[in-house]
Ligand binder design. Structure first.
Ligand code: S3P
Length: 214
């Protein structure tokens, strides 16, 4: 499917991002209607999952790949494969910025991908213009859960450097708050609270298929 989204250049310059709901509409800002729009074409060939750590992107992604008969890829796994290092090693050795650069490169590459379900690392959609670029070739679903649920799901795991904190729940709350405005720009926001992986995947697969109807 090709979907055309209008983005107001002046709004972008002002740091204001425009969500899917505003696609194809003129954007007004400070009561002023701008005359010029930039057209960004979307050619949706993949399904990407974004959202915070511990919301279930990998499990839901694997189920979706099965349902849609797509290939499942995970950006963290791809980075580990490419570097030959585990994520905590990359954070500790090269630093978070280096990791974010590797993520951004994968996102740029994703423009050429098709028939993939892409599970992204929790911070990917909240850095640079990754989400905007991802949306060019992918339908983007954001999985959501409360900080308490995320804490419950992640508290016995040790592979996430950003959650190795004295107060993990506080860290989750703060990070989630700082990322919320990015996550909300996904095409759909799906709660993962008290719902099975199959149910969540079924819901997203249905919405994805709708985008493929010409
Ligand atoms: C991160 C999330 C992790 C991984 C890295 C950083 C983040 O992925 O990319 O530890 O910034 O939220 P998961 O969301 O798969 O845990």
């Amino acid at each position: 499917m090709r979907e055309v989204k209008r983005i107001n250049p002046d709004c972008r310059r002002g740091g204001v991002r425009i969500g899917a709901s505003q696609a194809n509409s003129r954007v007004t800002h400070k009561n002023h209607r701008y005359a010029f729009d930039v057209i960004v074409a979307r050619d949706i060939k993949n399904l990407a999952l974004v959202g915070f750590m511990g919301v279930g992107k990998s499990s839901v992604g694997r189920q979706l790949a099965q349902d849609l008969e797509f290939e499942f890829v995970d950006t963290d796994e791809m980075i580990e494969l490419e570097t030959g290092m585990k994520i905590p090693e990359i954070f500790a050795g090269a630093g978070e910025d280096a990791f974010r650069k590797l993520e951004a490169k994968l996102v740029a590459d994703s423009r050429a991908w098709s028939n993939k379900v892409i599970a992204t690392g929790g911070g990917l959609a909240a850095h640079g213009n990754n989400l905007e670029v991802l949306k060019e070739g992918s339908f983007v679903a954001c999985l959501w859960a409360s900080p308490e649920t995320i804490h419950d799901r992640t508290k016995h795991q040790t592979h996430r450097p950003l959650l190795r904190a004295d107060d993990p729940l506080g860290k989750i709350r703060a990070l989630l708050e700082s990322r919320e405005s990015f996550y909300k720009q996904a095409d759909v926001l799906v709660s993962t609270e008290q719902r099975s992986v199959r149910e969540i995947a079924g819901n997203i697969a249905h919405q994805f298929r709708e985008t493929q109807r010409v």
